[in-house]
Write a protein that binds this ligand. Structure first.
Ligand code: GRG
Length: 313
C-alpha cells in the first residue's frame, strides 16, 4: 500500500524564524504548502498515470494559495505550531482545486482557461477532469486523517468543519444556488448568502481550522475569528466579481465563461461596481475590527485581509 502522507524533515518541523515583511512571509508559507501538496499527490509514475497527471496538473499549476495562507496566518495569530497547520492547509487547497475543476466543466461555467493555462477538461478530456476532481476530494480527507500529534476530537472537528464547508450546506450548495440564480434578481441578503456558501465557507473553514487546533482557545477569541472568516469570505467573492468585470472591460465583447456572458447574479451586475467596492471596504473594516483583540500577532491576517480586497488578480 503506497503511503503518500506528508513527511517533513526535522528542520522543517522546527518553527522557522519567519521573515517580517509580507512578501517574504507569503513565499515561505506558499513554498511550504506547495511542498506538502506535491508530497500528498500520488506521483505520475503511479497507475493510472493519466489520472494522476491530471490531478497534479489541476493542483500544481499555480494559484495564489490564499486559503492555506489563511490557515497559517490564523495559526500565527493563535500561536499554533506550524506543522499542525499543514494538514488542514493541504486538505483545504485540494478541495479548492477540485471545485475549480468542476466549476470549469462544460456543464458548469464551461471555461477554457484557468490560471492562464488550459482547464483540466481541455488539457485532458472531460471524463478525466471529472475523475481527477473526484479523486482530489477523498485525498483531502486522507491528508487530514494523517495529521500527527493532535487529539482525536480535534481531528474529528476538522473533518466535520471541512466536510460541511465543501458539501451541500457549503460550497456545493452555494454553487447550486448560483446556477439556479442565473438571469435572476436576488436581494443583497440572498446574494451574500449564496457567496457565503459558494466561496465563503471554505475561506471561513481555513480560519476556523486553526481555532480547532488551539487548545484552550477562549470562546470570545474563537467568535472573533469566526466573524472575521465570514466577512472576509464574502468580501473575497465580491472582489472576484469586481475583477471579472474589470477583466471584461479590457477585451471586446463578453468572453466565454465570464460572469456577464453566463448572465450570473453577481454583486456588480445587480448593484453596480461602486456599491460592490463600498461593500468590500465595509466588510474589510468589519473583518479587521475583529482582529484588534489579538494585537500584533494578527498582523499576517490583517495583511491577507487587505490583500484579498485590494488584489489585482
Ligand atoms: C462539490 C460536487 C461538488 C462540486 C463543486 C463547482 C463547485 C461545486 C463549486 C465551485 C465553487 C467555486 C468555484 C467558487 C468560486 C470561488 C473562487 C472565487 C475561486 C477563485 O479562487 P482563487 O482566486 O483562485 O483563490 P486561485 O487560482 O488563486 O486558486
Amino acid at each position: 500500500m503506497p503511503d503518500f502522507g506528508v513527511r517533513y524533515t526535522a528542520r522543517q518541523r522546527v518553527k522557522a524564524a519567519l521573515p517580517e515583511n509580507f512578501k517574504a512571509r507569503i513565499s515561505t508559507y506558499t513554498d511550504r504548502v506547495n511542498l506538502g501538496l506535491d508530497r500528498t499527490l500520488p506521483p505520475t509514475t503511479t497507475r493510472p498515470h493519466r489520472l494522476h497527471d491530471a490531478m497534479r496538473y489541476s493542483v500544481l499549476n499555480g494559484g495564489k494559495r490564499v486559503r492555506p495562507l489563511l490557515v497559517y496566518a490564523a495559526g500565527e495569530c493563535l500561536n499554533v505550531d506550524t506543522p499542525l497547520l499543514d494538514a488542514p492547509a493541504i486538505a483545504i487547497e485540494l478541495i479548492h482545486a477540485f471545485s475549480l475543476v468542476h466549476d470549469d466543466l462544460p456543464a458548469m461555467d464551461n471555461d477554457d482557461l484557468r490560471r492562464g493555462k488550459p482547464t483540466v477538461h481541455k488539457q485532458y478530456d472531460e471524463a478525466t477532469a471529472i475523475l481527477a476532481a473526484d479523486a482530489l476530494q477523498p485525498l483531502a480527507f486522507a491528508a487530514l486523517s494523517r495529521i500527527e500529534n493532535v487529539p482525536a476530537d480535534a481531528v474529528i472537528g476538522l473533518v466535520q468543519l471541512i466536510a460541511d464547508a465543501c458539501g451541500s450546506i457549503g460550497m456545493t450548495g452555494g454553487q447550486s444556488i448560483d446556477l439556479s440564480a442565473e438571469g435572476q434578481s436576488l436581494s443583497k441578503q440572498e446574494l451574500e448568502h449564496m457567496y457565503a456558501l459558494k466561496t465563503g465557507a471554505l475561506i471561513h473553514a481555513a480560519i476556523v481550522s486553526a481555532c480547532l487546533l488551539k487548545v484552550g482557545l477562549p470562546p470570545a477569541d474563537a467568535e472573533a475569528l469566526d466573524r472575521f472568516g465570514r466577512d472576509i469570505g464574502i468580501a473575497f467573492q465580491i472582489k472576484d466579481d469586481i475583477l471579472d468585470v474589470e477583466g471584461d472591460t479590457e477585451v471586446i465583447g463578453k468572453p466565454a465563461g465570464s460572469d456577464e456572458a453566463l448572465n450570473k447574479a453577481t454583486y456588480p451586475a445587480l448593484f453596480g461596481i461602486d456599491e460592490s467596492r463600498a461593500r468590500c471596504d465595509e466588510l474589510l473594516a468589519g473583518a479587521l475590527g475583529n482582529l484588534e483583540r489579538f494585537g500584533s500577532s494578527a498582523k499576517p491576517l490583517v495583511w491577507l485581509a487587505r490583500y484579498i480586497v485590494e488584489r489585482g488578480q
